[in-house]
Structures are given as structure tokens and as C-alpha cells.
Design a binder for this molecule. Structure first.
Ligand code: GRF
Length: 206
């Protein structure tokens, strides 16, 4: 792996197919980013197994091992910091990132809906229940809120008449994985600028 590659710490809580897509992309040195560690908030998830199979170090920091949320926030930031990331990527990480991590690193997040519609844990279910005909996925910078940070990239996915939550989420995830891989790669290779809520990829922000 190139010493020039941007260092990524990827956080997961589940199956880790988004993580896998980034791992696969980073096998090509031209991608410009490498996963230097995978972090999780729970044991025994496929996301951690994927890290193991890829030979990437991993760590688990559980909320239940701490007396209070802010202690967990600090512990998570310290674990991440050990790997000196250029970018932290939440790929299906089911916790809000706290101030210590946000203050130390840029944090990217991915969500299976077209924000600002349907933020939160049940974005796919909520979009379906509302009856939208088009939903999609959003890659955004994390802030202190729930899926409320500046948007970096979005892609639309149509809702089909016979969709249920599972079929729709799987179709969104296919698009989401490509969008995340493309966005992380461009951020790593080209940099980005944030002006208010507006994010522009590229060295000059153009
Ligand atoms: C993704 O759709 C992510 O946006 C959502 O949970 C899913 C994670 O999938 N929060 P995976 O663990 O990457 O397979």
C-alpha cells in the first residue's frame, strides 16, 4: 500500500458490506486510500470478520463498558486516534459520533435515504411508509446531530410497487456502496472544502 494513501478508520455495527466495498477498492493503489483499522461498538459482527479476513486491525468499544456516554465518546476517540486517520468513515455504525471524535477528525457517514428526508435508524422503513416514489442514499460529513451534517454526495433509487423494507434497502445498498467508494476515493485523492453547508470536492473547491 502506498505511503501516500489517505488513512481510513472505518466504523461498523453490522454486516459491513459498505466496509467490504471500500476494502476491495483500496486494494488498487490508485484508489488513494487504505483502511488502517476497523472499529465497532459490538462484538461478533460480520464487519469485524471482514476486517480480520482482510488482515486489517480492529477494535471494539462498547457503550455498556462505560459509566456514561461521554466516557465512551472519549474512549472511542482515543481508539481511533491510535491509527492516525485522515478520515473516519461510519459505514453502518449505529451510534452518533461524539464531540471528541468530531473535534479530532473529519468524519464521513452514509445513510440509506435522501437527506434531509428520513434521517435516523429507520430511514428505509420511514420512506416506504411515507409513500415516496424516489428515495436513495446520502454520503455526508458527520456533525453533532442525527444525519444532519453537510451533504457530500447523493444518488436516487426508485421505489417499486412491490418493495418491502428489505428489498428496497438491498437495492439502495447496491447504489450506496458505489457512492461511498467513489466519494471516499475522491475525498482522498482530491481533498474537499466546506463552506457553510456546501461541500465541494477538489483541491480548489471547484
Ligand atoms: C447501510 O445502508 C447504512 O447506510 C445503514 O446500514 C446499512 C449498513 O450496511 N445505516 P452494511 O453493514 O455496510 O452492510
Amino acid at each position: 500500500m502506498s505511503s501516500q494513501a489517505a488513512r481510513l478508520v472505518v466504523l461498523v455495527s453490522g454486516s459491513g458490506t459498505n466496509l467490504q466495498a471500500v476494502l476491495d477498492a483500496s486494494a488498487d493503489e490508485a484508489y488513494g486510500a487504505e483502511v488502517v483499522a476497523v472499529g465497532a461498538d459490538r462484538d461478533d459482527i460480520e464487519g469485524l470478520a471482514r476486517a480480520g479476513r482482510a488482515g486489517v486491525p480492529s477494535f471494539v468499544e462498547k457503550l455498556s463498558d462505560h459509566p456514561a456516554r461521554d466516557a465512551w465518546d472519549r474512549a472511542l476517540a482515543a481508539r481511533i486516534a491510535e491509527y492516525r486517520p485522515d478520515l473516519v468513515v461510519c459505514a453502518g455504525f449505529m451510534k452518533i459520533i461524539g464531540a471528541p471524535t468530531l473535534a479530532a477528525f473529519p468524519v464521513l457517514n452514509t445513510h440509506p435515504a435522501l437527506l434531509p428526508s428520513f434521517p435516523g435508524t429507520h430511514g428505509v422503513r420511514d420512506a416506504l411508509a411515507y409513500g415516496v416514489r424516489i428515495t436513495g442514499c446520502t454520503v455526508m460529513l458527520a456533525d453533532a446531530g442525527v444525519d444532519s451534517g453537510p451533504i457530500v454526495a447523493q444518488e436516487a433509487v426508485p421505489v417499486l410497487d412491490d418493495d418491502d423494507e428489505k428489498t428496497l434497502h438491498e437495492r439502495i445498498k447496491t447504489v450506496e456502496r458505489s457512492l461511498l467508494v467513489e466519494t471516499v476515493g475522491r475525498m482522498a485523492r482530491e481533498g474537499w472544502t466546506v463552506t457553510g453547508r456546501s461541500v465541494r470536492l477538489g483541491r480548489s473547491g471547484g
